[in-house]
Design a protein around this ligand. Structure first.
Ligand code: ZN
Length: 434
């Protein structure tokens, strides 16, 4: 077990949340009773492991009555509502008091001073650029106006096309004009989308404002980052943010490029085989919320895998250092066990100068397709090192088809993920646990 890592520092708050949820959330009360537990049975972090994890399924099935605290109604104007983009089936709706979402974000972002000042400055000038359905405004209609894409908090959502690689230049030109008019102080973006906009910035000889950039929505990789930095230059202003619809910000990259998990807003557990992970072990994040809000989560199984690095970061922040490996639904499997994670694939592929975009897809247990778009620097055999490493990870008995293509489609909903796996998605839906 990991020691002195800060994860159990606020354990008392987690105990209060259990008591609160038991009294106020009907589905959670039933969940505990079915497991033969009451809050009195939970006194230590070890006892905590006895509570069966809660999942998305519980929140979908029992929303809103069974998941909202007694006395709260959806009409309460202080509530902030979020919904998942729903790429894996039904959408998940979450609500929480706005101030709780904000406090979580501010605590998370405290690891990065540049980001912190841009994020908290008023009036808010955040420019959002991501797949459609990332917000409640219509951003996929090219004829929509800037005004119609400005959110209540002042953020501007840039127009996006439903399929990234077929985006007409007209939309990119409009995006760049709007950036000039709006003068953002922060970009809040999807890494693949921003990488493509960055290429257009170079092509159109456009210099973007050198303000901090948040990379979130989907997992980032080195290739995207390389393309973004050709236009935006300042690596120090680029930070990955791990966020979930259910909670908001969870982990943020510090100036030393380490992800720090927010242990002051949540009780975080990294679990493998039902137990806390050892240092460096691949583990699933379970989150218990604090604050006794309107929709508490106890031991919520996130479906996201991490490694706890358990080391001091030179930035000096006390939040523990973790690395994100990816969502279970994007992992590559063999014999029902994980053979390769999106982060590991990123480490293999890297950001070679001949590569523009890539995607690894697992369609069946023993069938993988690596699709890639190349540029003029490509030479026959450039991709051989990727083939060799993939065979090492995935095994000699599977088929890995390599396709050098001019186009790779986005997923339904416009998201582009560099890893996708039918096997991972199915296993996640069946409740896979590492
Ligand atoms: Zn750090």
């Amino acid at each position: 077990m990991l020691e002195n890592n800060g994860f159990t520092d606020n354990f008392e708050d987690a105990l209060l949340e259990i008591e609160y949820a038991f009294e106020n959330i009907s589905f959670f009360r039933d969940h505990m009773i079915q497991a033969g537990l009451t809050p009195k049975d939970i006194k230590s972090p070890e006892d905590f492991l006895k509570i069966p994890p809660t999942t998305k399924r519980h929140y979908r099935k029992n929303f809103p009555l069974g998941t909202l605290a007694k006395g709260v109604t959806l009409k309460d104007p202080a509530l902030y509502r979020t919904q998942s983009s729903g790429t894996t089936g039904e959408r998940l709706i979450s609500v929480e008091y706005g101030y709780i979402f904000l406090e979580r974000a501010i605590n998370s972002i405290s690891v990065n001073p540049d980001l912190f000042s841009a994020f908290t400055s008023e009036p808010r000038k955040h420019c959002i650029y991501s797949a459609p359905n990332c917000s409640d405004v219509e951003c996929s209609n090219p004829n929509s106006t800037m005004k119609s894409r400005t959110l209540n908090d002042g953020s501007l959502v840039l127009s996006v096309y439903h399929d990234l690689l077929t985006t007409p230049d007209k939309i990119y030109t409009q995006n760049l004009e709007e950036i000039d008019i709006y003068e953002p102080e922060l970009f809040y973006t999807d890494p693949t989308h921003l990488a493509h906009l960055s290429k257009k910035m170079i092509e159109f000889k456009y210099t973007p404002p050198q303000v901090p950039i948040i990379l979130t929505f989907t997992q980032s990789n080195q290739l995207n980052k390389k393309h973004i930095l050709k236009a935006f230059k300042q690596n120090s202003k680029l930070a990955r943010v791990m966020s979930m619809t259910e909670f908001g910000f969870i982990a943020v990259e510090c100036p030393m490029k380490r992800m720090h998990a927010n242990t002051s807003s949540y009780y975080l557990e990294f679990i493998v085989n039902g137990k806390p992970a050892k240092k460096g072990e691949l583990a699933e994040l379970y989150i218990t919320s604090y604050y006794q809000g309107c929709m508490p989560h106890i031991r919520y199984k996130t479906g996201d895998l991490y490694r706890v690095l358990d080391e001091k970061c030179e930035c000096g922040h006390e939040f523990p250092v973790v690395e994100i490996e990816g969502r279970i639904s994007n992992m590559f499997f063999g014999d029902n066990s994980i053979k390769l994670t999106p982060n590991e694939l990123d480490q293999i592929v890297g950001a070679p100068d001949w590569l523009e975009l890539y995607k690894l897809h697992q369609s069946e247990n023993d069938f993988f397709t690596f699709s890639y778009i190349t540029n003029e620097n490509y030479k026959k055999g450039s991709e051989d090192y990727i083939k060799e490493e993939l065979i090492k990870c995935l095994g000699e008995n599977v088929t890995i088809k390599f396709e050098n293509v001019p186009y790779i489609p986005s997923a339904r909903g416009g998201k582009y993920q560099f890893c996708s796996s039918n096997v991972g998605e199915q296993l996640l839906n069946e409740g896979f646990s590492i």
